[in-house]
Ligand binder design. Sequence first.
Ligand SMILES: Nc1ncnc2c1ncn2[C@@H]1O[C@H](COP(=O)(O)OP(=O)(O)OP(=O)(O)O)[C@@H](O)[C@H]1O
Ligand SMILES: [Mg+2]
Length: 174
Amino acid sequence: MRSNYVERAEKFMKSFVRNYGHPFGCKNIAEVRDMVERYNAAHKRIHVSYSYGVSRCTLILSDYVIKWDYDAENVMEWGGCKNEMKIYAKACKMGLHNVLAPITRIKVYGRFYYVMPRCTRTAFGDKHHDLTYYIGEAQMWGLHNRLHLIDLHCENWGFLHGQATVFDYAACCE
Ligand SMILES: Nc1ncnc2c1ncn2[C@@H]1O[C@H](COP(=O)(O)OP(=O)(O)OP(=O)(O)O)[C@@H](O)[C@H]1O
Ligand SMILES: [Mg+2]
């Protein structure tokens, strides 16, 4: 039986770190690109890509992503990804988790990484920019006023099994 995506992510990341080291502290994204290129050259059957935002870097595989905060110093402290874990737990209690991509923490050779199912990107253009169009006003209200999410621009959500899903919900104003 095929193992679930978190198990596969853990296995992948262990082999990645064993061969190329921890990608932490790679404020210079060229280092991550170099690691990924070397990985892809050595593994013809698996293709990894990467993406990054203001505070985090993400490795993207077929159906999951692995992310971490750039700040190596604070990686064990309360950071962006940790905040996302906290928000996800809150969303579960509030019944708002269906519009968030679940986040799971894994430990790989002493360091934490965070796994999410991979969402496809949003369709850019006209009403498709608007998350409210897909999830409705009530859930949008909940994300804003109960979870206090502040960064719901169209680069931060996509589709998971056909449902509009926020995958970057680390930023909140609480
Ligand atoms: N679950 C996911 N599915 C698909 N792509 C993802 C996922 N999570 C992250 N990404 C990709 O990685 C990028 C960076 O991740 P994320 O948005 O979580 O980081 P960030 O640094 O907090 O971003 P921001 O610049 O919005 O603050 C995203 O813009 C997206 O391209
Ligand atoms: Mg983002």
